[in-house]
Design a protein around this ligand. Sequence first.
Ligand code: S6P
Ligand code: ZN
Length: 194
Amino acid sequence: MNTIPVNDNPVTVHIDLASGEFNPCMEMQKRNLSSMVMMFSDQKAVEDTLKNEDRFIYQIRYYPFITRNSDMSLGTTMIMPGKIGNEYHMTKGHFHEADNQPEIYHCVTGEGALQMMDLNGEYHSAVWTPGTITHIPPQFAHRVINTGTTPLVFVASFHVAAGHIYGPIESKGFKYIWVEKDGKPVELLNPKWA
Ligand code: S6P
Ligand code: ZN
């Protein structure tokens, strides 16, 4: 990661809405299937896909805005269209480490859904098209699913101090999974929660 400059003056950046490319960009991360094996429910489909390719699932780009007494960050995520078995490509999903940290997600390109769940299993989802904005309250894990046939791009606004916790989602997932059935996206109970 590049060194984050402290800058007390206004900063302007540019985002390409079709690709999520950030200019300037401070950090980039690519997630391929091998880095999120446990997130998909059809493990046989994961294994079969990995025999052929370590499929590129999504790309994250960040720009942190740090002043002497505040911090904000913008991130873009571009999720490729596709499925593992019948389950659509998605982000890993995480809780924030700090329990008072919300986040705002803004869908700018593509079609999909956002799922949110707290530690008690209270579950919500929102269907996304370009222009949809969702406020994710503190203590709700969040994951985005690309249910379309083109890349899905969204912009995330959060505090750098929020942090990430992936463990609970890695082990049990969200209460529901998004799969294709008869050519359409449907939300089904996750077998791990049945
Ligand atoms: C950070 C924010 C996003 C995600 C990104 C990838 O709080 O929610 O920038 O990090 O969408 O998702 P994940 O679950 O792989 O971190
Ligand atoms: Zn987050």
